[in-house]
Design a protein around this ligand. Structure first.
Ligand code: SF4
Length: 105
């Protein structure tokens, strides 16, 4: 038999975990940490709108198509850094993608 005190303590722990877990996961960028590093939060609404309009994502859903092999990707100065794109301002992840992907021929 569990005491009322133990029950309340366990319930509070479970509730706390349920509330805190999504916050911790979000702050860790656990969904795709590398892509998150190339997703700036301080872009103007216009620049955010451009990304949204082109359906830019930090991790390509298209096999064999990503920013690194797109014709208009601006390679970073240093390997491992975020690159850029000719179509909008700000950092772009090499594994990212948008609907304007253009094959290098
Ligand atoms: S056009 Fe799209 S796929 Fe190509 S580099 Fe820019 S964001 Fe990436």
């Amino acid at each position: 038999m569990i005491s009322r005190k133990d029950f309340l303590l366990k319930a509070a722990g479970v509730m706390g975990l349920a509330v805190v877990s999504p916050v911790l996961l979000e702050s860790c960028g656990s969904k795709n940490p590398a892509a998150d590093a190339c997703t700036p939060q301080n872009l103007s609404e216009e620049e955010q709108g451009k990304r949204k309009g082109l359906q830019y994502v930090g991790k390509s859903p298209e096999a064999g198509k990503n920013c690194a092999n797109c014709k208009i990707y601006k390679k970073p100065a240093k390997k491992g850094d975020c690159g850029g794109c000719e179509l909008f301002e700000g950092p772009v992840h090499p594994e990212g993608y948008c609907i304007s992907w253009l094959a290098i021929v």
